[in-house]
Design a protein around this ligand. Structure first.
Ligand code: DGL
Length: 269
């Protein structure tokens, strides 16, 4: 149960459809090394990127309840597809009990602040179908968003195909589309895409600015905790990683997203 008197000592909950959200968890851990985190990857139900909004909401609701029951002081939806489809629902359902941060708002704020006007977005089908980046950036009349679903990228990265001939061909197939002609910035709106960020920068000949969600979200978590006196600066961290379906191969690929292999514990919700 949550320790209400010393809430700041409680863990940060982070969830994703699978282990890709470890890119966000890793950014949080690097920025806030004294925080405990509880990570939940819904490996039994991935990918979320091809699911309907109702289904993603249902899965996200169970996971958020799990993180609340574990005593988390804050929930981070690391998954773009879940942030796009389930954030409003989760805030409505759990907003009185726990603060919830998604991966979209911090990125949108950052890009708008930097004054880019022609902005490309790549993400899963589920994220693109919501039109959420267009909607959130529509409050800035000068900004034009061009978005494209890039469904081959998640399986490609999970199979460790990046920075090679095949990944170059697949990425080019997407980013050379007319829709991205003359963009000034490209937003990589998926947990997995930080791993191909360098490659995308190179394929654009570093002429455009490339953003992903991980560091900007970690900074948002830091500023939220600071402003609400919830920052834990007292002790060394404890990190727990749960998945809804354990396999050795999921554990193996944590190395790609977290920088080191982590031990996964199965928890069926
Ligand atoms: N985590 C998902 C996202 O960021 C990508 C993987 C999936 O489709 O489940 O949208």
């Amino acid at each position: 149960m949550p320790n209400k008197t010393k809430l700041y000592k409680n863990p940060i909950g982070i969830f994703d459809s699978g282990v890709g959200g470890l890119t966000v968890a890793n950014a949080v851990v690097r920025l806030l090394p004294k925080e405990d985190i509880i990570y939940f990857g819904d490996t039994a139900h991935l990918p979320y990127g091809d699911k309907s909004p109702d289904t993603i909401r249902r899965y996200s609701e169970r996971i958020t309840q799990f993180l609340i029951d574990k005593g988390c002081k804050l929930v981070v939806i690391a998954c773009n597809s879940a942030s796009a489809t389930a954030y409003d629902y989760l805030v409505e359902r759990f907003g009185q009990q726990i603060p919830i941060i998604n991966v979209i708002d911090p990125l949108v704020e950052e890009v708008a602040k930097q004054g880019f006007r022609e902005i490309g977005v790549i993400a899963t089908k589920a994220t693109i179908a919501t039109g959420i980046y267009e909607e959130k950036l529509s409050t800035h009349p000068d900004i034009r968003v061009r978005s494209l679903a890039t469904p081959l990228l998640v399986p490609m990265i999970e199979e460790d195909f990046f920075e090679n001939r095949i990944s170059h061909a697949i990425i080019k197939h997407y980013i050379n589309r007319d829709v991205f002609r003359d963009i000034e910035a490209m937003l990589l709106c998926c947990t997995h895409y930080p791993l191909i960020r360098k490659e995308i920068e190179m394929l654009f000949h570093t002429k455009i600015k490339v953003f992903d969600n991980s560091d900007v979200v970690a900074r948002k978590v830091q500023s939220y905790l600071t402003h609400h006196q919830l920052l834990n600066d007292e002790r060394e961290m404890e990190h727990q990683f749960y998945v809804s379906d354990y396999t050795q191969s999921f554990e193996q690929i944590t190395r790609l997203f977290y920088g080191e292999k982590v031990s996964l514990e199965e928890r069926v919700l």
